[in-house]
Ligand binder design. Structure first.
Ligand code: LRH
Length: 474
């Protein structure tokens, strides 16, 4: 088959992009059409200010990106959307009822208590298979129900499904991301019994579809300059991490992956869920993957620690940039003391350097004084958490991990990649940086008949076109 063109809309918690790809049996070329920051916004809500996503602003950037794709590729075959997990919009009669809450907003503590009063964490784990994260959609939804935020709603759409709806007019729930709600059964249906027990309304939830399913065509009212009726809209692995895992050039029987952007998602790919108590104690998740695979992984804090620290230093008026900090940090000696990158105190936005300093102070230790020293201790602590999580993933799953693939923005960070190799004692294969967009376009390309085969075939195509950078453990 010859090459054809598809476009990926890929929204991360830190930035979004629209990528345009040419895909064929031996072709996989990605071009950036648009890249824009994802800047959350605080909106006053009567008695407190709440952290929201500016989804309307993001959608406007998405349309700009697609307009630019249309100019260079009027015959585009398909477009697909992925974004971060768990967050959602509530709708009434097809209208969005307010900007979606950000999972880093503090509102969900009572949602956790409400849900756990009705269903024990152990039972939730057997049903949904998810690691405990206080912002899993079911906790957010329980809060919305209790505070009557969702009272008027007759629809629930996860963020990528909401963008897909605004592009196509069709309401669906793509399975990989729906698995992050905590409300799916092991066989991938909405868990009606659990939804009722948690006190939620079943009609809120849209029909589930698998990645690769055609959803519809672009709404003519968007007025995008594509030829004819324009590209179709295809459901992809709409959870960004699911799309990233599609494009990890790994042998899943012997490799682990780290999808490192805002978060570091560390784990292995399995064909069956693992929902034993040991996995629950280690807070490992069973998220739905493309083609029915299981993403058995744990959320490590990720590059958020770095980006949020830099934001704080800049707020204090320091002239710091990522590039110069990384260069300075690499020249420093390896720190002797690390902090626990998994500590939940680092979740909320704010002054992370002070919180890291507190962590050390509570143990009678001193945090590095300079920003560069802090950057170094952040990266080494992250690498240590990555290495430990790879070991735990191997133990819990039985996968004999010989290689660690690091994909996403973190693959650009040589210091982080080398430290991960050193601390895990395993070779780290870094890249592709744009794994998420690649996984997105590959699933569309397969549905459009531009490529065929299982995930192993798609990964071989990635490996041929994006040779990873190898870091040997030292
Ligand atoms: C990464 C990610 C991750 C989720 C988190 C909310 O962008 O989707 O997989 O746990 O955001």
């Amino acid at each position: 088959s010859s090459a054809g063109a598809v476009a990926a809309v890929d929204l991360g918690a830190t930035s979004g992009r629209v990528m345009h790809a040419r895909v064929g049996a031996n072709t996989l070329e990605l071009t950036e059409a648009a890249r824009f920051p994802n800047t959350p916004v605080r909106l006053w809500e009567g008695s407190r200010s709440a952290l929201h996503w500016d989804l309307t602003g993001l959608f406007s950037n998405v349309l700009e990106g697609l307009r630019s794709v249309a100019r260079s590729e009027p015959q585009l075959a398909s477009v697909g959307v992925d974004a971060w997990a768990v967050d959602y919009g509530l709708l009434r009669d097809g209208r969005l009822l307010g900007e979606p809450y950000h999972y880093r907003d503090e509102r969900t503590a009572d949602g956790v208590a409400l849900v756990h009063a009705r269903v024990s964490p152990a039972e939730l784990y057997r049903e949904g298979g998810l690691q405990f994260l206080p912002f899993n959609s079911l906790y957010q939804l329980a809060h919305d129900q209790e505070t009557r935020v969702s009272e008027a709603a007759d629809g629930f759409l996860l963020v990528p499904d909401l963008i897909t709806y605004w592009l196509s007019g069709q309401t669906i729930a793509e399975r990989t991301n729906a698995s992050t709600t905590g409300l799916l059964t092991a066989d991938g249906s909405w868990n009606d019994a659990l939804i009722a027990r948690v006190g939620l309304r079943r009609p809120l939830f849209a029909p589930l579809v698998d990645a690769g399913t055609g959803v519809g065509s672009l709404l003519p009212s968007l007025d995008l300059p594509f030829a004819g009726s324009g590209p179709s809209v295809t459901a992809v692995g709409s959870h960004d991490t699911a799309s990233a895992v599609v494009a990890v050039p790994m042998d899943a029987s012997r490799g682990a992956y780290i999808s490192c952007g805002t978060w570091g998602l560390v784990g292995v790919e399995l064909s069956e869920r693992v929902v034993g108590e040991a996995g629950r104690a280690a807070n490992f998740t069973n998220e739905g993957g493309v083609d029915g695979r299981i993403r058995y992984l744990h959320n490590v804090m990720g590059l958020w620690l770095l980006s949020e620290s830099i934001r704080e230093w800049q707020r204090r008026g320091l002239q710091v940039s990522l590039e110069s900090l990384l260069a300075e940090a690499a020249a420093l000696p390896r720190p002797l003391e690390l902090f626990d990158a998994d500590d939940p105190r680092f979740l909320a936005p704010g002054d992370l350097p002070s919180r890291i300093a507190d962590w050390f102070a509570e143990r009678g230790l001193r945090a590095p004084a300079s920003p560069a020293g802090m950057v170094r201790v952040i990266l080494e602590s992250l690498a240590e958490a990555f290495a430990g999580t790879v070991r735990t993933a191997a133990e819990l799953s039985g996968v004999p991990v010989e290689t660690v693939h690091l994909v996403g923005g973190g693959a650009r960070n040589a210091l982080l990649c080398q430290a991960t190799a050193d601390r895990s004692g395993l070779p780290v294969l870094a890249g592709p940086v744009e794994a998420t967009a690649l996984g997105n376009v590959l699933v569309q390309a397969r549905s459009a008949g531009l490529v065929s085969g299982d995930l192993e075939t798609l990964r071989a195509l990635v490996a041929r076109n994006y040779a990873p950078v190898r870091y040997e453990p030292r």
